[in-house]
Ligand binder design. Structure first.
Ligand code: TYD
Ligand code: MG
Length: 462
């Protein structure tokens, strides 16, 4: 009889231990070890007795396979994928619950099916009726779109083998389970094992496979990091549930650049591609108020114009409030300290709120200068020229530091009709061929003097 062994697997990082411990010594997570029983499979035992043999060939004698790409018909998705789906390529799509992963992949499945190719959509989370209901709502009904409500990984693999579809979607990897394993669905061992079996089937048959994965509270994919290692492409679908914008971001891609993002808007009929995101994000800007500054951020290789808003108001608390939405709070604290110390702004008794309009999140230091100017503008009740775009990182001595790809950022601003740009002195910018006037600054002081609009508030745009 096969001997079962007991082991303890950390559900956070996937590390395996022979004994139970309160804290994983690999990732320092508390209470993450779970007991799992394993019986070695007969083939594994047979394999362990065999003498391993392998072969190696010169790289030049390997036939170069032109990896044909299957375009999904959703250009923002194709862009994030680096040009489309690759035969046998495994894509993991992660994101918070309710962000729109199933919606996106249903829409994609419909687009591919519309081209006469069979798509298999395996849902372990919803019944076929629920999948149909969503598809109806999305106007995505096609006889080439096959739906299966399955959770057993062996059944899914045999379905894929018998149907041999053009694309397979598994929604989600956490609900899939291998009945030969003792551990519960969703545990690290199950996720790893199921992903491996599905990926093997997809690779053998040369079918693109898309796996949907849930994200934990901390924002990482549930299950161990090994899941990310096992697949070819990892896409994160992110956004604020209370706003309509969604960003599909490639964090790993064996078949393309990871610098690509796709931008969508969630509406009544599902996800819509946003073709001109900068214009959409700035559409509701009110240029006549204090504390509003537009900056150009770089998301991957894509410049995006966002509006940074600040509100500085006298505080009635002994510990004034500092709130940051869409930017890092620590970064805001640093900028406030620099404004206080280097520019003499007395912010100690003021509440400061900073917000990135449209529910976007920016993590780049290149937006520092815009945050600083927005705060200064609100505090001084002086308007920043609405025609100006600002980029720059702020250093602790109040110096304005250079940013990468300044030229690309300015091009986007020029395209949207901005007439002036305030950029760091050390950034290499040649605004050739654009209508934008570039002004360089080396200190926060300098930037403030140039950006704040002289004249009365609410003056007509010149
Ligand atoms: P869903 O794709 O089910 O999210 P996930 O698979 O990532 O958990 O999307 C769920 C949300 O999207 C749900 O709150 C409703 C909303 N939604 C729309 O706003 N419009 C639509 O057309 C659809 C299908 C969903
Ligand atoms: Mg879903």
């Amino acid at each position: 009889m096969a001997k079962t062994s007991v082991r303890y697997v950390c559900q956070s990082c996937g590390a395996v231990f022979p004994r139970w411990m309160g804290k994983c010594s690999d990732c320092s997570e508390w209470n993450s070890l779970q007991e799992e029983r394993t019986a070695p499979s007969p083939s594994a035992r047979a394999a362990s007795n065999r003498v391993p043999s392998g072969s190696a060939v010169p790289i030049t004698s390997i036939a170069a396979r032109s990896s044909g790409r299957l375009t999904t018909g959703i250009s923002e998705l194709d862009r994030a994928l680096g040009g489309g789906l690759v035969d046998g390529g495994v894509v993991l799509v992660g994101g918070d619950p309710g962000i729109g992963k199933s919606t996106l992949l249903t829409q994609m499945a419909f687009k591919v099916a519309g081209g006469g190719k069979t798509v298999l959509y395996v849902s372990g989370e919803e019944s076929p009726q629920q999948v149909r209901l969503r598809s109806e709502r999305l106007g995505a009904l096609s006889e080439f779109l096959l739906v299966a409500s399955e959770t057993d990984v062996a059944t899914i693999c045999s379905l894929v083998e018998s149907i041999h579809p053009a694309v397979v979607v598994v929604d989600s990897i956490q609900t899939t389970y291998d009945s030969s394993l003792d551990s519960a669905p969703g545990s690290v061992t199950q996720i790893r094992d199921c992903a491996m079996q599905l990926a093997r089937t997809a690779k053998q048959l040369g079918i693109p496979l898309l796996l949907i994965g849930h994200v934990t509270k901390e924002g990482t994919l549930a299950g161990p990091r090994v899941l990310e290692h096992m697949v070819d492409t990892v896409l994160y679908f992110e956004g604020d549930r209370h706003h309509n914008y969604r960003i599909l971001r490639a964090v790993k891609n064996r078949f393309g650049s990871t610098d690509e993002i796709g931008i969508f808007e969630m509406g009544g009929e599902g996800l819509r591609e946003v073709e001109n995101p900068s214009a959409t994000l700035l559409a509701e800007r009110s240029a006549s108020t204090h504390g509003s500054v537009v900056t150009s951020t770089l998301d991957g290789s894509r410049p995006l114009l966002v509006e940074i808003q600040a509100l500085v108001a006298r505080s009635f608390l002994s510990n004034p409030r500092r709130t940051a939405t869409g930017i890092d709070l620590n970064r805001l604290h640093m900028i406030l300290a620099v404004l206080e110390k280097r520019l003499g702004l007395r912010l100690g008794d003021q509440d400061v709120y900073v917000n990135v309009a449209g529910g976007m999140r920016v993590i780049e230091p290149a937006t520092d200068l815009a945050v600083a100017l927005a705060v200064a503008s609100s505090f001084r009740e002086e308007r920043v020229d609405p025609e100006v775009i600002v980029v720059g990182e702020v250093g602790l001595s109040g110096e304005v530091r250079s940013v990468p790809q300044a030229e690309l950022r300015l091009k986007e601003a020029a395209r949207l009709g901005f007439s002036r740009a305030i950029v760091p002195a050390h950034s290499k910018v040649a605004a050739r061929g654009t209508s934008i006037t570039v002004e360089t600054v080396s200190s926060l002081d300098d930037a403030l003097a140039k950006a704040l609009r002289r004249g009365s508030i609410g003056a007509k745009r010149g």
